[in-house]
Design a protein around this ligand. Structure first.
Ligand code: PMP
Length: 309
């Protein structure tokens, strides 16, 4: 099997049963390991879908400059897809994202523009978005995919992530949970699961310090990629049955346990998702199946608290 380019090798990530982090009297937990996807995260899928759809519509073409405000993985995914497709890319990031993310974006040949985070991630993301909009006003070659508003983000998960889950998991899925960044994952996967299994319990997950869906305040936290301090336009607010809040400590500890006990090298939000999945699994009980996502690899967190011993 020879792929024509690296993007053709994207997706079809494995579904793996947790053996040590599942509990005897709880539902089994199955995780979709996006850390070994092309580009190291689930966001290569959405980058590809958003740009391929924009090309089809004629919104972008030779000479287009892709500009995106992002807290990390979406920038890496876009930089990768732009490298393959030959577009220039400029990625606008808060300085609170890990240094690995910046270096990866630059390494794929894109430019990084940093916005200072003064302790309010919501404000900082808003400033990243405003910067991108200013750039688009000043240069007609600029195209902003706008992952928080772009329905192709959601469709990447509806057409691919969700269908791969259904291909791999035989029998009913009783629970699904995912942390909310743009809401693309939970909305896209959730819509497919709800259509097939109307009784499935879907939990939205958010960091304790940015629990905006739960009516909490917005602050900085360590669960990079989720809890951006806004309610995204593409989030389907009817798709989840409950909201689960996870602290930084529990997310970090669960991510470490995933490496040590399951051999899964994952980022902090994977810890968030599995911590929530364990609660959901306890609630649903033995004999049931809970699915969640491990959105990215742990190897882009060397400089962060995840690797503090
Ligand atoms: N975890 C990580 C590490 C991410 O980069 C993202 C994407 N922002 C998410 C979780 C959340 O995914 P979504 O944007 O689909 O809600």
């Amino acid at each position: 099997m020879i792929y024509d380019n690296v993007l053709d090798a994207m997706g079809r990530t494995p579904m793996i049963r947790l053996n040590h982090l599942s509990e005897p009297n709880a539902a089994q937990i199955l995780v979709k390991y996006e850390g070994i996807n092309i580009g190291g995260s689930i966001k290569t899928r959405t980058a590809f879908q958003m740009l391929a759809a924009a090309e089809k519509r004629g919104d972008i073409g030779p000479g287009t400059i892709i500009v995106e405000p992002t807290s990390g993985n979406q920038g890496i995914g876009l930089a990768l897809v732009c490298a393959v497709k030959g577009y220039a890319a400029k990625i606008i990031m808060p300085d609170s994202v890990s240094v690995e993310r910046r270096k990866l974006v630059r390494h794929y040949g894109a430019e990084v523009i940093i916005v200072h985070d003064e302790g309010d991630i919501g404000k900082c993301i808003a400033e990243c978005i405003a910067t991108a909009e200013r750039m688009a006003e000043e240069d007609s070659r600029v195209y902003i995919p706008q992952q928080f508003e772009n329905v192709d983000n959601l469709l990447a998960h509806k057409y691919h992530t969700a269908l791969e889950i259904l291909e791999d998991v035989e029998g009913p899925i009783h629970g699904f949970c995912a942390g909310i960044g743009t809401g693309g994952t939970i909305s896209g996967v959730g819509q497919v699961l709800k259509a097939l299994y109307p009784d499935v319990s879907i939990w939205a997950v958010e960091p304790e310090n940015a629990a905006i869906l739960s009516g909490g305040g917005i602050g900085t936290h360590l669960q990079m990629g989720i809890g951006d301090g806004l309610i995204p336009d593409i989030l389907d607010q009817d798709i989840y049955d409950d909201v689960c809040v996870i602290s930084d400590e529990e997310a970090l500890e669960t991510a470490r346990q995933l490496a040590r006990e399951e051999g899964l090298m994952v980022g902090v939000s994977s810890g968030t998702n599995v911590a929530a999945a364990r609660r959901l699994a306890r609630k649903l009980g033995a004999g049931k199946t809970v699915v969640t996502i491990l959105p990215d690899t742990g190897e882009r967190y060397f400089s962060t608290e995840l690797f503090d011993e």
